[in-house]
Write a protein that binds this ligand. Structure first.
Ligand SMILES: [Zn+2]
Ligand SMILES: [Zn+2]
Length: 184
């Protein structure tokens, strides 16, 4: 097992989460000679930085991602989409590590799985203020109107009783349609 510390390449991540360029990647790599070439497998440890897509809180987390890639001899029969190629005696571990790290990233990183996000009215981070509410904020100059709206609402509630005969006649029509269907 080979242990390497290498600086992270640029653009190792997505727009919302990734490894800072130049920060340390710790690699543990095992190289095995196989018939077709060299099988490289191992683990990369990196520090991810980014922000929560719901509340924009900064995120920092250490990840450890496994990878495995076959590096085939240049003259091997292995298809190109199944393996990388050895270039002379060198293998390009960077693209393998890059693919493994990027594939492991969540599409929508969150500061915590149940992050409640931000208040849509004022932008407060709801995780910081679980009791955050806006309901008691009617301007006193509007309170008369609010009461008026409430009274209007109550007259509308009475209305369906006056309409109930119509509802019955609708039922009659439905039955009529049913029986005419039987006749044909
Ligand atoms: Zn969050
Ligand atoms: Zn708010």
């Amino acid at each position: 097992m080979l242990t390497l510390s290498v600086p992270a390449p640029a653009d190792l991540g997505t727009e919302v989460l990734g490894v800072l360029e130049g920060s340390t990647l710790e690699l543990q790599v095992r190289l095995e000679a196989v018939v077709e070439g060299v099988l490289a497998s191992g683990v990369v440890q990196a520090r991810l930085v980014g922000e929560c897509v719901r509340c924009l809180e900064p995120i920092e987390q250490d990840v450890s991602v496994e990878f495995q890639e076959l590096y085939a001899y240049p003259d091997s029969d292995v298809e190109d989409d199944e393996a990388s190629r050895l270039e002379g005696d060198l293998l390009d571990l960077e693209s393998t590590v890059r693919d493994a790290v990027i594939l492991s990233l969540p599409f929508q990183p969150l500061c915590r799985v149940d992050c409640p996000g931000l208040c849509v009215r004022c932008g407060v981070r709801l995780a910081d203020e679980p009791e955050h509410r806006h309901e008691a904020e009617i301007d006193p100059r509007w309170s008369a109107l609010a009461r008026f709206v409430a009274e209007e609402g109550s007259t509308e509630v009475d209305a369906p009783d006056e309409l109930s005969p119509d509802e019955n006649s609708t039922d009659d029509r439905d039955e009529g349609a049913g029986s005419s269907g039987d006749r044909t």
